[in-house]
Design a protein around this ligand. Structure first.
Ligand code: 6GU
Length: 231
């Protein structure tokens, strides 16, 4: 999978070099390229924003650098490519595990990270001529910019790309894959600082273990995330 990221803070994405995704990049499964939006400005101060038409607080990202960088990304891969162009935004549709699954089947993702006051609206219209545009939000809270949100989405999507996570079975029994929260996990020792592993897990009885885990999933979901359960 090819992933292009556009940002005024390329250093945010240095952490993609470590851990699981770092290994996937090294092995060529993920081809991540980070673009500095300021490299597509032409004034001495490398200006990326300006005051909003109609007045109001904050600054708005100028369209010209965005047009240039999106053109560069689109022409780099040939016009036959039809990337999904994602703009992280608290005003977007909600990002869920289903979104991550869907995106993990794509060949090319572009993340456009804006500051939260916003990007000139015409950039989204222009980008729609280069790919399938989606504004996507992590949840109902506000971050300063799209970078941290894009990182979260890249990790959630990237780990679902075949070959990134070594054992694909480890992706099956996770929170949100079956609509329930994950069951609790324990490892050795069986007794630690007066706290014991539940007996059923030591019983060797696979049927009872399975039933206990499912009951734990339902109970946790009921208490922590009742919104996930049917009424
Ligand atoms: Cl995607 N962007 C920003 N700036 N804030 C957010 C968000 C995204 N999701 C939740 N808060």
């Amino acid at each position: 999978m090819r992933i292009d990221v556009v940002t005024i803070f390329p250093a945010f994405f240095d952490v993609l070099e470590v851990s699981l995704l770092g290994r996937a990049r090294g092995s060529g499964i993920l081809d991540v390229r980070v673009h500095d939006l300021r490299d597509h400005t032409h004034d001495r101060h490398r200006t990326v924003d300006d005051t909003p038409y109609g007045g109001g607080a904050g600054m708005v990202m100028k369209p010209e650098p965005w047009g240039e960088v999106l053109d560069a990304i689109a022409s780099d891969d040939g016009a036959s490519d039809d990337p999904v162009i994602i703009f992280p935004s608290p005003a977007g549709e909600r990002f869920t595990q289903a979104t991550a699954r869907e995106l993990s089947g794509e060949r090319h993702l572009v993340f456009g990270c804006g500051r939260y006051e916003g990007i000139d609206e015409r950039v989204f219209s222009y980008a729609a001529g280069l790919g399938r545009v989606r504004l996507v939000s992590l949840g109902d809270y506000v971050l300063n910019g799209g970078e941290v949100a894009a990182m979260a989405m890249i990790e959630a999507v990237g780990r679902l790309v075949p070959g990134v996570v070594g054992n694909p079975l480890s992706l099956v029994e996770e929170s949100h894959e079956d609509g329930l929260l994950e069951y609790p996990s324990y490892t050795k020792p069986a007794s630690w600082r007066g706290l014991d592993v539940p007996d059923v897990l030591l019983s060797g009885h696979h049927g009872r273990v399975g039933e206990w885990r499912h009951a734990q999933q339902v109970e946790r979901t009921r208490t922590r995330r009742p919104d996930l359960l049917p009424d």
